[in-house]
Ligand binder design. Sequence first.
Ligand code: NAG
Length: 215
Amino acid sequence: IMKIIILLILTKCGISGDKGDPGDQGDDGMKGEKGDKGDPGMDGANGANGLDGEAGDPGPRGDKGDPGMGDRGPPGMKGDRGPRGFKGARGENVVIKRSSFSVGLSPSKSFPPPGFPVKFDKIFYNGENHYDVNNGKFNCSIPGVYLFTYHVTVRNRPLRVALVVSGVNLILVKLISGDQVWLETLRDWNGIYASSEDDSTFSGFLLWHLNKIKQ
Ligand SMILES: *[C@@H]1O[C@H](CO)[C@@H](O)[C@H](O)[C@H]1NC(C)=O
C-alpha cells in the first residue's frame, strides 16, 4: 500500500491573482518501507533428466535351478577321427632272443610211465623257463628253428623213445609259439634209467628265430 504525502501550500488573503503556473515537479519522495512477502508463485515446469548413475555391485548368486523334465536324450553322434599321432621313438637296436634248456632224470624217476611225457626233473639250465618241470614239456615262446637232443641210458628193459612235437617225431624242428615238445616212451618199452653214474638227459636250443608273420 503506497502512502501518499500531500503537500498543502497556504497563501495570503487578498484578491486572488491569476492562477500561477503549475510549479515544478517536486523532488522524489523518500523510499517507502519494504512491503509484505508476496504469495508463493505457481509450480515451475519439470527440469531435464539427470545423468545416468554408476553401475551397482553384482547381486548374490541365485539358487540352483530344478532338474529338467522328461527322459534323457539319445547319445550324440560319434566324433570325428582324431589327427594322426606323432611318430614313435626309435626302437631298441637289437633284441636277443634266447631259448634253451637242458634237464636230466633223477634216479628215483627211472622207468617213467610209458605214453606220457618223461618228467626230467633235474634242471641243468632253464634260464627262460620254457621247459616246464611239472609236466616235462618244452613250451615254445619264440618261433624259430630248434635243435633237440636226448641221451638216455637203457637198462634192464628195452626202450623205444620218441621226441614228440605235436605228434611228429623229429630232431630239428621249426616251432611256432605255443608248440610243445617232450620225450615220451612207447608202450611198455620204457627202460630209461638214471643213476649217479648213468644219466639220461634232454636238451633243446633255439638255433635261430623266425619273425612272426602277420596272420
Ligand atoms: C606257451 O607259450 C606261449 C607263448 O609264450 C603262451 O602263450 C602259452 O600260454 C604257453 N603255454 C603254456 C601251457 O604254458
